[in-house]
Structure formats: structure tokens, C-alpha cells
Write a protein that binds this ligand. Structure first.
Ligand code: IMP
Length: 202
């Protein structure tokens, strides 16, 4: 039984790039994505030490929902946790992506891969969302390779060294928002969200 499409989804994130990507992906369905900060500017949650992105996203949404459910006015809420998983490094930096990026940075990842033949990696995005009745979880993947040199200025995080498998040889940072969104792990997770609830596809 198809469900009614939401008009607005509040996204709990402080990352402008994640918001822009989600807005771009959902615009085809005329679903607006707004930062939860617009209605709840000072919200803060404990960053859980989860063993995977799905666990972290779920734990965060339960905390956030508890704080803002009465402000949502029937609109949906989503939380995302994502990371870069490099195969030759046993999935590192994975759930530590944000910390590793702010400490050793992308140069650190490139260094760890020096001399290794296998440079394959995946981005994973786990989205936990509240549809007014219950919490759902979905996950999206984007396979690719790590570039030995950093290229491009767009995007964020590891985008200057991420070469998506379905791309044309450019890193995510060399693509515009529309191009990255058409391939990203975040869009794949949002597609699963749409499929799961059985309203028209993006
Ligand atoms: P979190 O989901 O906010 O905990 O952060 C995940 C971290 O993974 C980010 O800080 C980035 O370093 C990395 N990451 C996740 N998704 C992307 C992406 O689309 N591009 C680049 N880096 C990403």
C-alpha cells in the first residue's frame, strides 16, 4: 500500500554539504529537506561509539527525537552517519572517518596506501528516519578507488581523493553537486528510503 509522501524532512546535521546533497536528491520528488537547526538551533547529542554507521545513526535519532518530537509538527526527521571504508586498510577509517580526517587528513590515507596495489574503497551512508510513527533504517553504498593525488575543490571530507567506480575518472571534488549526487552513497540511501515506503522513485 503506497504511503503519503512527506512534504518536509528535517535533517539533523551541521554539515552543509550533506544538506545540499540530500536536498538535491529529494528535489525530484518535491520533498524539501531542512536543517533541524532551523527549528532547534542548540540541540546537541552524545556521539555514540558505535561499531557501525547504522548503529550510530539509530542511536542519534533516538536522542534527537526525544528532544524535538513536539516541534516536528508531523514532519519527518532524519539523521545520517557515514564514512569511508578502505579495503586494503581493513575498512579503516570507517566509523572513525570524521576523526581521522581532522587529524591525519586525506594525506594520511594516501600515505597508508603507498605501494599497495589494491586502492578500492567504499563510502557508506546509514540513514535513520522517523516517519511520524516509527524509526526506519536504510543504507547506501558507493564503490570506488582512492586516488594517489588530491584533485578538485568541491564537496568535503575525502572527496578530493575518491574516484567513484561509476564515474568518468574525476574525483568527487571535481564534480558539481548534481554529478556527485547522482552517484553518492547518500543518494543511494535516500533511494532506499523512498523504496522502503513505496512512494514514487527518485
Ligand atoms: P559523520 O557522518 O558526520 O560522522 O562524518 C563522516 C565522515 O566521513 C565525514 O566527516 C567525512 O570525513 C567522511 N564522509 C562521509 N561522507 C562523505 C562524502 O560524501 N564525502 C566525503 N567525505 C565523506
Amino acid at each position: 500500500m503506497p504511503r503519503k509522501k512527506p512534504e518536509l524532512i528535517f535533517f539533523h546535521t551541521s554539515n552543509r554539504h550533506k544538506l545540499d546533497e540530500a536536498s538535491q536528491a529529494m528535489s525530484k520528488l518535491q520533498i524539501k529537506i531542512r536543517s533541524l537547526r532551523d527549528i532547534s538551533p542548540s540541540i546537541s547529542v552524545v556521539e555514540p561509539q558505535g561499531e557501525n554507521c547504522a548503529h550510530v545513526a539509530r542511536s542519534k535519532i533516538m536522542q534527537v527525537l526525544h528532544l524535538v518530537e513536539d516541534k516536528l509538527n508531523g514532519n519527518w526527521l532524519m539523521v545520517e552517519d557515514s564514512g569511508l571504508f578502505v579495503d586494503a586498510l581493513g575498512g579503516f577509517p570507517g566509523v572513525y572517518s570524521s576523526y581521522v580526517h581532522s587529524t591525519v587528513g586525506i594525506e594520511g590515507i594516501v600515505k597508508l596506501l603507498e605501494g599497495k596495489e589494491d586502492t578500492s574503497a567504499s563510502y557508506i551512508s546509514s540513514i535513520a528516519f522517523w516517519d511520524g510513527e516509527r524509526i526506519h533504517s536504510v543504507q547506501g553504498h558507493c564503490k570506488g578507488r582512492i586516488s594517489p593525488e588530491s584533485r578538485g575543490d568541491a564537496g568535503f571530507g575525502y572527496d578530493p581523493i575518491f574516484l567513484p567506480e561509476e564515474g568518468d575518472g574525476r574525483t568527487f571534488s571535481e564534480m558539481n553537486l548534481r554529478e556527485k549526487t547522482s552517484l553518492s552513497h547518500r543518494t543511494m540511501a535516500l533511494k532506499k528510503m523512498v523504496e522502503k515506503l513505496n512512494f514514487p522513485s527518485i
